[in-house]
Write a protein that binds this ligand. Structure first.
Ligand code: GBH
Length: 498
């Protein structure tokens, strides 16, 4: 149940808005190309690919700890100990991205590889060296590195005092970000502070499905989010104050959201779903209000009072923090995978208290939506267009990168379903671009290679390349979808599929 809501906390829209947008440029296929300065890339994340979990000075992360002490929480009892061994074979990944004729490669840095305890007092130069090699290889292949600082793998030692629920996290993150800017900022011009905080706050702190499995539902996810927003803003301000002048890079954040629809035209429900998913983090950063969405503030305060509290489980920002957080991003990274219809639950449902209960919406999947290998992922291409339009309206047309979009199967090399998914989503995205309905700069396919899919282990595959997991060499093989994406990236057109 938690599943469907937390996939990415989603967004909503208004059916009418979406249908207003019919495009002239659609008629003429020869006009349908992405502008020359539109970028294509693919993405990975450190824990899902690197392996080498304890080699050359790396400290343990919460995902090492979680997969080792609770293998039963991973469907195939898998872990990231070796994974696709990109620690050794990173060049294969870079070459694969290059083979697709892409413009950038989005990677993440394992905090505990360069700061084994999470603390700046102890720097692992071997870890720095690894990322220097990786970043230099990316640049050497004429690709732009886009680097996520935090893709879910918190150094385990920082969890000893509550991890992201303790506000001291902000200081640790600031020191870590400073080290990254200092060591890699001369070459990295696109920084993403956090990947999908709505997901790791709800799933890691509000449930026990992901590391660190704290399950402090109703409180932990909001504390985590609060500290993430502050840490993000502090890292952004740090860059602007001390690095921007010299390096001229950009710092953004990646948020995950579905789009939401209503069969009964219940626009309150749709808006509530959008605000709880995307607005939770986007409203403080990208809106003029610089705060949580009103609907979250009100509902969580009311529920808190109903539970007998004299305080809201949703923490509040001081004016000073609002100032710091508002406008603290050069771009919005959007991970879009799927959408839902929403209906108000007649009776409150979910753990008491919880994010799910505060939201109190039933998430509905339409029977006509094509299912993937993942129980949460259905193909709803229209949603990507609608969410981009919603972002433009809601946040005054910020610069956007789609930082993830992709499809899971069981590993077929003739992955026609993935091609269909990518094709249909790219068509929607191209409409948005041609109609100027989003300040969209680029598109990132998840992922360049099959990898460790968190609680789903190695069972669900998202790669454009498959990886031979039974061979120590971990050979990468292009799937049919790799050729499809190569055509898109090199021609800036979407090839016809049947
Ligand atoms: C992204 O999350 C991640 O950034 C990436 O690392 C991941 O590999 C990729 O997508 C594919 O999943 O059903 O309760 O177990 C996308 C959002 C959030 C979707 C967690 C799956 C599982 C929730 N994901 N969700 S549950």
């Amino acid at each position: 149940m938690l599943k469907s809501i937390l996939i990415c906390v989603s967004a909503a829209i208004i059916a009418t808005k979406a249908s207003e947008v019919m495009v002239d440029s659609r008629q003429n296929a020869s006009d349908r190309f992405f502008p020359g300065d539109f970028w294509f890339g693919t993405s990975t994340a450190a824990y899902q690919i690197e392996g080498a979990w304890n080699l050359e000075g790396k400290g343990p992360s919460i995902w090492d700890e979680f997969t080792h002490s609770h293998p039963e929480k991973i469907v195939d009892h898998g872990n990231g100990d070796v994974a696709t061994n990109s620690y050794e074979f990173y060049l294969d990944d870079v070459k694969a991205v290059k083979n697709l004729g892409m413009d950038f490669y989005r990677i993440s840095i394992a905090w505990s590889r360069i700061l084994p305890t999470g603390d700046i007092a102890n720097i692992n130069e071997k870890g720095i060296e690894y990322y220097n090699k990786l970043i230099n290889a990316i640049i050497g292949h004429k690709l732009e590195p886009m680097v996520t600082m935090y893709h879910w793998d918190l150094p385990q030692d920082l969890q000893k005092f509550g991890g992201l629920t303790n506000s001291i996290f902000i200081s640790y993150f600031e020191a870590y970000a400073n080290l990254l800017y200092d060591r890699f900022g001369d070459r990295v011009k696109y920084w993403i502070t956090f990947n999908e905080p709505s997901v790791f706050c709800t799933t890691g702190y509000g449930s026990d499905k992901h590391a660190p499995a704290v399950n402090a539902h109703g409180v932990g996810e909001y504390l985590c989010a609060h500290n993430v927003l502050k840490a993000h803003a502090v890292a952004y301000r740090l860059y602007r104050s001390f690095y921007y002048e010299q390096y001229k890079g950009q710092v953004g954040i990646t948020l995950c959201s579905q789009f939401f629809y209503s069969d009964s035209n219940d626009m309150h429900a749709v808006d509530r779903a959008m605000q709880f998913s995307l607005g939770w983090f986007a409203n403080p950063i990208f809106s003029l209000a610089g705060n949580y969405p009103d609907v979250m503030i009100t509902r969580i305060a009311n529920n808190s009072i109903g539970e007998g509290r004299s305080w809201s489980r949703l923490p509040s920002f001081t004016d000073k923090w609002i100032e710091t957080i508002r406008g603290s991003a050069d771009f919005l990274g959007l991970n879009y995978y799927t959408s839902r219809y929403v209906e108000v639950n007649p009776e409150p449902k979910g753990l008491y208290p919880s994010y799910e209960r505060d939201l109190n919406l039933k998430m509905v999947i339409k029977p006509e939506w094509k299912p993937s290998a993942s129980d949460w992922l259905y193909s709803v291409p229209k949603g990507v267009g609608d969410i981009l339009r919603w972002i433009k309206e809601e946040y005054n047309n910020p610069e956007v990168f789609i930082t993830e979009n992709g499809w899971s199967d069981h590993g077929e090399l003739d992955d026609n379903d993935r091609i269909a998914y990518l094709h249909d989503h790219l068509e929607q995205i191209l409409d948005v671009v041609l109609n100027d309905e989003s300040n969209l700069k680029g598109y990132t396919a998840w992922s360049i290679i099959d990898n460790f899919e968190w609680a789903q282990g190695y069972a669900e595959k998202f790669g454009l390349y498959s990886v031979n997991m039974s061979s120590p060499r971990r050979e990468r093989t292009a799937k049919k979808s790799a050729k499809f994406m190569a055509t898109v990236a090199s021609t800036h057109r979407i090839p016809e599929i049947n």
